[in-house]
Design a binder for this molecule. Structure first.
Ligand code: G3P
Length: 224
C-alpha cells in the first residue's frame, strides 16, 4: 500500500519524507490556501522534496479552462498528477490529459457510479472521501469496498486512493480491502506509530538495560 501525505505544508512534508515511508503528496485548493503561499511555488517545492506523484488541483469549472490549467500544472514538474473534480467537465478534462500521458487524480468521489466513470475516463487515481461520508452518517469504507470490487471485475488500472482519512483505523480498513493508496494528514501518519504497550515495553527494557551498566557502543566499537 502506498502512503501519500495530504498537505501543502512543506516543512511537514520534509519531516515525514525523512521516514522513507512517503510515496507521494496530495494537495487541494483548501490546503494551498492554508499554506498561504503561491500555488506554483509550493507545488514546485513539494515536487523537489518527494519524487513520487504530487497532486495539484485545477480550480476552473469549465472543460477548456480546466485543460489549460491542467497542462500548466503538469508543466511545473515531471511528477505532478493533475487533480480534477468529479464533474462532467472534470472527466472530459481527465480523458484528454490521460490520453496525452498525464496522470490524473479524480477527486471528490462519493459513489461507485462516479468511480466507474473516472476509470473509463482513464484516471490514474480515484479519490473517494471516506471521512466526509462518515460525517453524514454513511459508511465511507463501504464505498472503498465497492470500488475495489468493480475495478477488479474489469481489471481497471485506476488506483484507489483513499482520501479524507481521519485516523489509523481508516488506513487499516482500507488496507484490508486492498486499496492501492491512502493519503494521510500528517497527524494520522504520526498516530500510526503509537501504541501504549510499545511505550510501556520500551520503558521497561531501558530500565533493565540501565541496571546492567553496559553500553553497546564504546571505544572498542568506534572503529566499526
Ligand atoms: O485532499 C482531499 C481529502 O483528503 C480532504 O480530506 O479531511 O478535508 O475531508 P478532508
Amino acid at each position: 500500500m502506498k502512503f501519500f501525505i495530504d498537505t501543502a505544508d512543506v516543512a511537514e512534508i520534509r519531516d515525514l519524507a525523512s521516514t522513507g515511508l512517503v510515496d507521494g503528496v496530495t494537495t487541494n485548493p483548501s490546503l494551498i490556501a492554508k499554506s498561504g503561499r503561491p500555488m506554483a511555488e509550493v507545488i514546485a517545492e513539494i515536487c523537489s522534496v518527494v519524487p513520487g506523484p504530487v497532486s495539484a488541483e485545477v480550480t476552473a469549472t469549465d472543460h477548456a479552462t480546466m485543460l489549460r490549467e491542467g497542462r500548466y500544472l503538469a508543466s511545473i514538474a515531471g511528477n505532478v498528477a493533475v487533480k480534477v473534480p468529479l464533474t462532467v467537465d472534470g472527466l472530459k478534462t481527465c480523458k484528454v490529459l490521460a490520453d496525452a500521458g498525464t496522470p490524473v487524480n479524480v477527486t471528490l468521489c462519493f459513489s461507485p457510479a462516479q468511480a466507474l466513470l473516472a476509470a473509463k475516463a482513464g484516471a490514474a487515481y480515484i479519490s473517494p472521501f471516506v471521512g466526509r461520508l462518515d460525517d453524514i452518517g454513511a459508511v465511507g469504507m463501504d464505498l472503498i469496498a465497492d470500488i475495489v470490487e468493480i475495478y477488479a471485475a474489469y481489471d481497471y488500472k485506476t488506483a484507489v486512493l483513499v482520501a479524507s482519512v481521519r485516523g489509523p483505523l481508516h488506513v487499516v480498513e482500507a488496507a484490508k480491502l486492498g486499496a492501492d493508496v491512502v493519503t494521510l494528514p500528517p497527524s494520522v501518519l504520526r498516530q500510526m506509530y503509537k501504541h501504549p504497550l510499545t511505550d510501556k515495553g520500551l520503558e521497561a527494557f531501558l530500565a533493565d538495560w540501565a541496571k546492567t551498566g553496559q553500553s553497546i557502543l564504546g571505544p572498542e566499537t568506534d572503529a566499526a
